[in-house]
Design a protein around this ligand. Structure first.
Ligand SMILES: [Zn+2]
Length: 128
């Protein structure tokens, strides 16, 4: 398996306890240190409900989203166990334009999972 960011081969040490375990991550250790997982949850009131926004990586760099796709799993489980009446939306990026669209559509409660965070000056725009 190759890293989706630097395209180098990912090697994993095999021992007795992980010999049959499949590797699902598409990112090497060096790239993971460069783009670490910094999860953040924000609750934003929108028209018709609440937007629960889970952002995984706090960078605005253009990197391959395939590298971090395997980190969605705990959020999907959280959605199924706790927020299954909301609408689930998975997206790579979230910005002001998308927030205005969700606000105007009035879909109800939304559970949004994004990989990358492109919003700057969050405190100013979240005020009502
Ligand atoms: Zn890499």
């Amino acid at each position: 398996m190759f890293c989706e960011i630097c395209k180098k081969k990912i090697t994993q040490r095999r021992h007795l306890f992980n010999i049959f375990k499949r590797s699902t991550h598409h990112i090497c250790e060096l790239c993971y240190q460069k783009y670490p997982l910094l999860p953040r949850r924000s609750t934003i009131p929108i028209g018709g409900g609440v937007l629960i926004w889970n952002s995984l990586i706090q960078t605005s760099d253009e990197i391959s989203s395939l590298a971090h796709m395997s980190f969605y799993k705990p959020y999907i489980i959280d959605y199924i166990l706790n927020y299954n009446s909301n609408i689930l939306i998975l997206a790579d990026h979230f910005d002001y334009k998308m927030m205005e669209i969700y606000d105007n559509l009035k879909l109800g409660d939304i559970y949004l999972i994004t990989l990358y965070d492109k919003i700057k000056q969050k405190e100013i725009n979240y005020e009502i």
